[in-house]
Write a protein that binds this ligand. Sequence first.
Ligand code: TZP
Ligand code: MG
Length: 220
Amino acid sequence: MLKFETNMLQCYLVVGRQDLKPGTDILEFVATALASGVTAVQYREKGLMAPNDTTKQAIALGLRRVTKQYNVPLIIDDDWQLALQCQADGIHIGQSDVKVTELVNILTQRSLRPPFIGLSVSTPEQMPNATIASHLSYIGSGPIFATNSKQDADPVIGIAGLRKIIAITNLPIVAIGGIDYNNIQYLKNLPISGVAIISALTKAPINKLPTIVQQLKFNF
Ligand code: TZP
Ligand code: MG
């Protein structure tokens, strides 16, 4: 299992089967994204298309195998049981998922080296206190721009909203939501550690992935 490092956030792919173009195999897609230079992979299944637990486990184990080949962390969204089953490097949770302290207890009881934890924070009010934050490796903040990839997305926070989060934490921040190779220019002067991306990668022509990843990573 990999220890968290800030540079893992540079170009952070978030993906589940719902995000892919019809007919795309998730393991093949992620293998191509890794070969193209993504620096983290989060497995996130949502909505009506979400597969059953057995299929999720099989996918997660496949993702574990391929991310290991590239020495890139595998992060599981929400599901700590799945994260432990596939020996993921990290877990990402949102504000309405299991609470950070509860998750830390569960993980430290059950695993020799617990996976690192990332938390979504959209507004300053959602930022946990310093004691709780000390258990976190990074903050995911957004949506920066409008997104079609999350049904229950929080309101768009924009660059102004992101600046508010930057102002109140020393944790590394990965920006998320509607980010693509055009609008990434608006993020390039901010002290963030990277960008988390769904559609700008999953909806791109597969042969363009290396170029797009380079464009998304250029300024960090
Ligand atoms: N959390 C906040 S916005 C978002 C998530 C998971 C979706 C990001 O997807 P995209 O396609 O990069 O806008
Ligand atoms: Mg969640």
